[in-house]
Design a protein around this ligand. Structure first.
Ligand code: UDP
Length: 325
């Protein structure tokens, strides 16, 4: 299939592109390189540098490349930032997605995969969190994805746009060629590994007074390759109807446990200091991924935190300055 991938130069997008190409698909990446890296784009993918705020540029990309499916990753993605800059999220994330959706409808593209988020579930009644859980966005970031999911619901009904919304828990890990490189870095695992590389003196633990076994937040870390495989399975299933999946390992690890695992893998003491809570962070987010296992036969290949951190460490130690820009 010929797939247009927005944000295909970013961390998750670039690895999904890599896995799509390995699976025999053709890919056109549409990315403004605001956060992404040109070097992260697989050499067999076509590349269009463009911004989703620019409806004419999106239209031109559809007209030139005739995609049969769209995967949408390009987005502002930080919970904490969204609590400070809500317009970036409730404004830009939403209007950019609308520009993309409008082009998809106008060019008769009937398959759409949305990179959604666990931040839809700020007050879960049950852990692990199933797809039937009540949606309570935890921040303007989560709300922006919720709004886009609702648009998809209506575009399916009105235009027959088949979609999958994949709500990721914490994407982590790397492949041989591609890994996580954000400026500034905000995510726990790369920050901890930057301490191990001597690039930071310590990691700050955002709060140790949560109602969790060791007081630090619990998250469900899912390997990026497992996440990419879920996209490929979801794409294949779209012709049978739209679907929504929560995607994680179903196992939670605390910030403290992540730091300890990284100490074991890197052999570095990784000093940690406790700081205040980060706004918008729920105490526990663990996915119930039974639905995608049952319906699509998805099975994580890297369910263990050790393997996830080890692949990330391999990439970070071989690319200590990321993609080098
Ligand atoms: N975290 C932390 N220190 C950091 C970065 C993150 O304690 O420097 C915590 C954060 O509060 C959350 C967990 O680590 O509980 C995972 O955060 P991350 O930003 O990696 O992903 P998110 O859960 O926001 O998607």
């Amino acid at each position: 299939m010929n797939i247009l991938v927005t944000g295909g130069a970013g961390y998750i997008g670039s690895i999904v592109v890599e896995q799509l190409i390995l699976a025999g698909h053709s890919v056109v990446v549409f990315d403004n390189l605001y956060q992404g890296h040109r070097e992260a784009v697989h050499p067999q993918a076509k590349f269009v540098q463009g911004d989703l705020a620019d409806a004419a540029a999106i239209d031109a990309a559809f007209a030139a490349h005739h995609p049969e499916a769209v995967m949408h990753f390009a987005s502002h993605t930080l919970v904490g930032e969204s609590m400070q800059k809500p317009f970036r999220y409730l404004g830009e994330n939403v209007t950019n997605a609308l520009n993309l959706l409008q082009a998809a409808v106008e060019h008769d593209v009937r398959r759409f995969i949305l990179s959604s988020t666990a931040n839809l579930f700020d007050a879960p009644e049950r852990i692990p969190i199933a797809e039937t859980e009540t949606i309570v966005p935890g921040s303007p970031y989560g709300e922006s994805k919720h709004i886009i999911e609702r648009f998809l619901h209506w575009l399916d009904r009105i235009h027959g746009l088949r979609y999958a919304a994949l709500r990721y828990f914490n994407a982590a890990g790397a492949t041989e060629e591609r890994g996580e490189d954000h400026h500034p870095e905000n995510h726990l695992i790369p920050i901890v590994l930057q301490v191990a590389l001597g690039q930071r003196e310590h990691v700050t633990v955002f709060g140790d007074d949560y109602e969790t076994p060791d007081g630090t937040c619990v998250r469900d870390y899912i390997h990026i390759v497992d996440l990419a495989q879920a996209h490929i399975l979801a794409l294949q299933a779209l012709d049978r109807g739209s679907r929504v999946y929560n995607l994680g390992n179903g196992q939670g690890f605390s910030v403290q446990q992540v730091i300890e695992t990284a100490r074991e893998i890197t052999g570095h003491p990784i000093p940690a200091r406790v700081g205040p809570r980060r706004a918008g962070d729920p105490a526990v987010l663990v996915a119930g991924s039974q639905r995608i296992r049952d319906e699509l036969g998805w099975q994580p290949q890297f369910p263990h935190l050790r393997d996830i951190v080890a692949t990330a460490w391999r990439w970070h130690s071989r690319h200590p300055h990321g993609y080098g820009n």
